[in-house]
Design a protein around this ligand. Structure first.
Ligand code: ZN
Length: 220
């Protein structure tokens, strides 16, 4: 059972809501999957039932083809946002963290080919491992955040918000023009290059900045 946590160990008192995600927010990742870079953010939603604690062993769907990791910067929403401007966004973000956008890549490729929605490939139970959030009672430099992901001790992803096609505050404002963001919702900001397939026994380490947050997990 997943509940939002802060890195200090306390629960957030926020319900677990929807998880709004953006596809192809880093040009280098769009290229590695041979996808065109979109003109506007490409949004999709994972249901609350996809959230699991990142540190617990990760259970991947069985018999559904390859499951890829995508390490992403995550925002925990603490106040409602609807048709917001970028300037409204910082006050509504309660926490900053890291997430895995787990993706059944073979299934997603088939769904894309058929012109169907991606939910079965992106929204399954356990599809969104979430680390504890750093409580934001101060304002970060939104356009200079960085994080890293190691798979079995190899550095595989290095994300910098400076490289996002749509910067964080603009992205959240854009999302709020389609979907009201409510307290307890989470926004995933896209993945940089370096995604890959997960296998039984793999070990993952994700780290935000040098020392804001570090989480280790393993594939069951
Ligand atoms: Zn993603």
């Amino acid at each position: 059972m997943y509940e939002h946590q802060y890195t200090c160990g306390t629960a957030t008192d926020l319900p677990v809501g929807k998880i709004v995600c953006v596809g192809r927010n880093y040009a280098a990742h769009a290229e590695e999957l041979s996808n065109p870079v979109p003109d506007e953010p490409l949004l999709f939603i994972k249901p609350a039932s996809a959230a699991v604690p990142m540190a617990a062993p990760l259970h991947l769907p069985v018999g559904r083809g390859s499951c890829h990791f995508e390490g992403e910067l995550a925002l925990l929403i603490g106040a409602p946002l609807s048709n917001a401007n970028a300037a409204d966004v910082p006050a509504a973000v309660a926490g900053l963290g890291l997430a895995l956008d787990l993706t059944l890549r073979d299934l997603q490729a088939q769904l894309k080919k058929d012109g169907h929605p991606w939910e079965k490939a992106k929204g399954f139970d356990g599809a969104c491992p979430l680390a504890p959030f750093v409580k934001l009672d101060w304002l970060p430099d939104w356009d200079n955040l960085s994080y890293s992901l190691w798979l079995n001790d190899d550095l595989r992803q290095r994300g910098k918000s400076a490289h996002m096609l749509t910067p964080i505050l603009d992205l959240v404002a854009y999302i709020s023009s389609y979907f009201t963001l409510q307290p307890g919702d989470v926004v995933l900001t896209g993945t940089p290059a370096g995604v890959g397939e997960l296998h039984h026994g793999d070990k993952l380490v994700l780290q935000l900045e040098e020392d804001w947050l570090r989480v280790e997990t393993a594939v069951a």
